[in-house]
Design a protein around this ligand. Structure first.
Ligand SMILES: C[S@@+](CC[C@H](N)C(=O)[O-])C[C@H]1O[C@@H](n2cnc3c(N)ncnc32)[C@H](O)[C@@H]1O
Length: 380
């Protein structure tokens, strides 16, 4: 999910800026998580997980071993266990996500196991836990409120803090990228990962500013971006904060979020048992395009004839459980504004073998080679 980048919609339930956010992009997604360090009571989740009821309904009955690749505050894991999963492996690349999980672990005994790691390796993680094949995999993409609302994590342009943005606390930070990449590389990241129309002028401003002094705080970067915008967008009162897209782009680059998504989808295909379910909740078009294309390749459909209904083609490794992405109902959005840009795609594994994945065929933006090389080897 993304930074709280838009003015709150008039009818949205209240939620002061910074409260209860659990974020994707690019829209505001106030909601789950209160960002507090104290563990929540088990019967009072720190946030309302998005679209979990739809996942449970489409995947019913919930049985066997599931892997929650984006454990966060544990909302999905909790719901899966309560719905009948015998065992849930909760994976998060941010070890701090597990800070609040002790009550949940205690409530479900040995049925919940927590593993620090990336969902791009979920098949290896499940293998090491003796959990293969899996009966279900859920991915709820983005960052959590616990990450966004802590200034020291450096995700938010609304709170001044170190320019970090690493979910996993390893590898280059956003400050490192901003210091090291060329103007061209920065512009490509802003354009491809942030869909920022003013990528080139922002990149130019960043390069000019870092010659004066290193850019090490979120506040300074946000100010540089705002000043680089044409006055209409840089001014106050706009619907979207001028730094929204740039922060989104850098966060995606720092955490290789889209590469992780491609690896995670392929790993889920390898790890799921026939009949197992893969559910992915996305929050912006770059993510959704990748998931949509993955399922289009893996769950091909044919027209029987010109007028006939479309049906599943034989040989696909997944069968779609819904033809169109599931969106939150008006009631869910009213209760949880973060849900308004969420899209659930969900499919059931067939017996067809897994196959290799071509990232570019899924719509993964290709960065200039130098940026890719610099980012190689990043962990966490
Ligand atoms: C939106 S939150 C998930 C919230 C969770 N569904 C809940 O109900 O509490 C996303 C979480 O996924 C984690 N995450 C993001 N990308 C990841 C990746 N590639 N591998 C593992 N964890 C990841 C983030 O650190 C964050 O804690």
């Amino acid at each position: 999910m993304g930074e709280d980048d838009r003015a709150p919609p008039p009818a949205a339930p209240p939620g002061p800026e910074g409260e209860g956010r659990h974020v994707g992009l690019p829209a505001e997604r106030p909601a789950n998580g209160n960002g507090a360090a104290a563990p929540p009571p088990v019967d009072a989740p720190p946030h309302v997980p998005v679209l979990i009821d739809a996942i449970l309904a489409h995947a019913a009955p919930i049985r066997g071993t599931w892997l929650d690749g984006t454990f966060g505050a544990g909302g999905y894991a909790r719901a899966l266990l309560a719905a009948g999963a015998e065992r849930v492996i909760g994976v998060d690349r941010d070890p701090l996500a597990f800070e609040m999980a002790a009550p949940l672990e205690a409530a479900f005994g040995g049925r919940l196991e927590l593993v620090a790691g990336t969902f791009g390796r979920l098949d290896e993680i499940a293998g090491a836990a003796g959990a293969l094949p899996l009966d279900g995999v859920v991915l709820d993409l983005g960052v959590s409120s616990m990450q966004l609302d802590r200034p020291e994590r450096g995700f938010s342009f609304r709170h001044d803090g170190p320019l970090d943005m690493r979910m996993g606390q390893e590898g280059p930070s956003a400050a490192d990228l901003v210091a090291a990449l060329s103007e061209e590389e920065l512009a490509a990241i802003l354009r491809l990962y942030g869909e920022e129309r003013h990528a080139r002028r922002i990149a130019r401003a960043i390069v000019a500013a870092r010659e004066q002094a290193p850019i090490t705080t979120t506040g300074r970067l946000a100010a540089i971006v705002a000043a680089a915008m044409p006055s209409r967008r840089g001014g106050r009162g706009g619907r979207i904060h001028p730094a929204t897209r740039s922060f989104q782009a850098l966060r995606i680059a720092v955490n290789d979020e889209l590469g992780e998504l491609v690896r995670g989808l392929a790993a889920a295909e390898r790890a799921l048992a026939p009949g197992g379910v893969l559910a992915v909740v996305t929050f912006h078009s770059l993510e959704d395009r990748i998931v949509k294309r993955f399922f289009k390749e893996r769950a091909p459909r044919v027209h029987r004839n010109r007028y006939g209904a479309e049906e599943a083609a034989p040989g696909g490794s997944f069968e779609l459980l819904t033809r169109k992405p599931v969106e939150a109902s008006g009631a869910e959005i009213a209760a949880n504004p973060r849900a308004r840009s969420a899209r659930l795609r969900i499919a059931r594994r067939t017996e067809a073998p897994a196959r290799s994945v071509e990232p570019e065929s899924l719509g993964l933006p290709v960065l200039p080679a130098t940026a890719g090389r610099r980012r190689k080897g990043r962990g966490g």
